[in-house]
Design a protein around this ligand. Structure first.
Ligand code: PXL
Length: 279
């Protein structure tokens, strides 16, 4: 039976992130990807100014209720960028409406990076995001998001093991599911993720490519979602996601330095299929 995901993110019309990344990556893995767009923006908010923002908050529950009425079921709900506190609570409600006991909830608490909240988010946003993370089966915060949600200081790489594990302990206080903490770096030249299941922590690493392209977090979690739904373990899925993301960054850096335009993940789709052992 073909797996089916509901991706709940904005559509940034230009800039390769959120739904314009989740849809092609999840589809390429042979998994159906339905979407609930939470907002339509002319571009993402990272590095562009004057972008449009059409809020679609009022459409979230009607879509969820219609799906429920149609009897549609989903193997996973994957949430990303949410445009307001109200949307966080509506997404919790939407998942309760059309989700079943067999629906995995994967939450990427997209809101910050490099020690700063993204444009437009109130200071209180990370604390509000905790509610959605508490419901999730898997969360994928980066270091900044983890620090903001746990009231810990944000620290630049290289990180100490104590710092990373104190972030995990802080997240564990409210996160009942599995945790994939991204952007972990213990030594120069390597970057990866800490995968926590229960109290057990496993690390995965790939060679670090020095660049900060937009949308790479969405590429990572979209790929991780594919791995998990294909029955791979959490660390296996995280390693595939890290390798695919690193490959996209590497090829893009060789060709195209404008970081806000996102990465050339399209050229790496054959590599994605190899990493997922589809071909
Ligand atoms: O990639 C995360 C993301 C998604 N959507 C919008 C964003 C960002 C990050 O800045 O601005 C609109």
């Amino acid at each position: 039976m073909q797996k089916r995901v509901a991706a709940i993110h904005d559509i940034s019309c230009f800039g390769k992130c959120s739904l314009t990344v989740a849809l092609p990556i999840i589809s390429a893995a042979g998994i159906e990807c339905a979407g609930i767009p939470t907002a339509v923006l002319s571009t993402h908010t990272g590095g562009f100014s004057g972008y449009t923002f059409r809020d679609l908050t009022d459409d979230i529950m009607p879509v969820a209720s219609h799906w429920k009425k149609e009897g549609l079921t989903f193997d996973a709900v994957y949430t990303g960028y949410l445009g307001s506190v109200e949307q966080i609570d509506l997404v919790c409600k939407a998942v309760d409406t059309f989700g079943t006991d067999n629906t995995l909830l994967i939450v990427d608490p997209v809101m910050a990076d490099h020690g700063r909240l993204y444009a437009g988010f109130p200071e209180s946003f990370p604390k509000e995001m905790v509610r959605l993370c508490a419901k999730a089966d898997i969360i994928t915060p980066n270091i900044t998001e983890a620090a903001f949600m746990t009231d810990m200081p944000y620290m630049e790489a290289p990180h100490s093991k104590e710092y990373i594990e104190s972030l995990l302990t802080g997240l564990r206080k409210f996160a009942n599911g599995k945790i994939v903490l991204t952007g972990v770096c213990f030594k120069a030249g390597e970057i990866g993720a800490a995968c926590m299941e229960g109290e057990n922590v496993e690390y995965i690493f790939t060679p670090h490519v020095d660049a900060a392209y937009h949308g790479t977090g969405d590429i990572f979690t979209s790929t991780l979602t594919c791995g998990v739904l294909m029955g791979k373990t959490l660390p296996e899925s995280a390693l595939i996601a890290a390798k695919f993301t690193a490959g996209c960054i590497k090829i893009t850096k060789e060709q195209y330095p404008e970081m806000k335009y996102g990465v050339n993940f399209e050229s790496q789709i054959p590599n994605l299929l190899k990493l997922l052992e589809i071909i």
